[in-house]
Write a protein that binds this ligand. Structure first.
Ligand SMILES: Nc1ncnc2c1ncn2[C@@H]1O[C@H](COP(=O)(O)OP(=O)(O)OP(=O)(O)O)[C@@H](O)[C@H]1O
Ligand SMILES: [Mg+2]
Length: 162
């Protein structure tokens, strides 16, 4: 997937200050950055661009090369569901289980900072194992934004590639 000059769909160009992003990615992509750096916005923008692109509609970018995806799955923030007797961690894990069981080699999977409310080492292990599972499925594109405590996963993943 290659998108040049991508803009978040909710930003008003007339107000100025919009930053154009370019992505050129295959398979798995780990995104790290400071708080407020624009990670979640980039994930949502890519998600919207992919959805518009596979529907044959205009993408808010200078150019976009978007492959056919059989599914687009976006996991963003965590919430609890007391009426279902589920804590926020349980809701998050069941959403991630749905993603893992439904991902195919033609899926786009976008995950924004999982296990934020979990102890750092355990959260890193969970994130790492799900990243490796998705990588072994070989989905067409997967983008993960990492919590700052999980940034060391980038080094681990580079080691796995060697
Ligand atoms: N391309 C862009 N151009 C201009 N402003 C942007 C752009 N992308 C994001 N922003 C603005 O930057 C702010 C922070 O973005 P965002 O929430 O995506 O950051 P983040 O890296 O996910 O932060 P956090 O680590 O706290 O979750 C938002 O107010 C958003 O509107
Ligand atoms: Mg964010």
């Amino acid at each position: 997937m290659k998108i040049v000059g991508l803009l978040p769909y909710w930003i008003n160009m007339a107000e100025g200050g919009a930053v154009h992003n370019t992505i050129d990615m295959q398979s798995l992509f780990l995104l790290t950055g400071a708080n407020g750096g624009g990670k979640s916005s980039l994930l949502r923008s890519i998600c919207a661009a992919a959805l518009l692109g596979i529907c044959g509609l205009t993408v808010r970018a200078e150019s976009a090369l978007i492959p056919y995806f059989d599914s687009i799955m976006l996991h963003t923030k965590s919430y609890d569901s007391p009426a279902d007797h589920k804590s926020s961690f349980q809701v998050e894990m069941s959403e991630l289980r749905s993603i893992i069981t439904r991902t195919t080699q033609r899926s786009l999977v976008l995950v924004d900072e999982i296990c934020r409310g979990t102890e750092a080492a355990k959260g890193t292990c969970i994130a790492g194992s799900i990243i490796e599972t998705l990588d072994s499925i070989g989905c067409l594109a997967s983008i993960w934004s990492l919590d700052s405590a999980q940034n060391n996963l980038v080094n681990n993943y580079e080691l796995l590639q060697k």
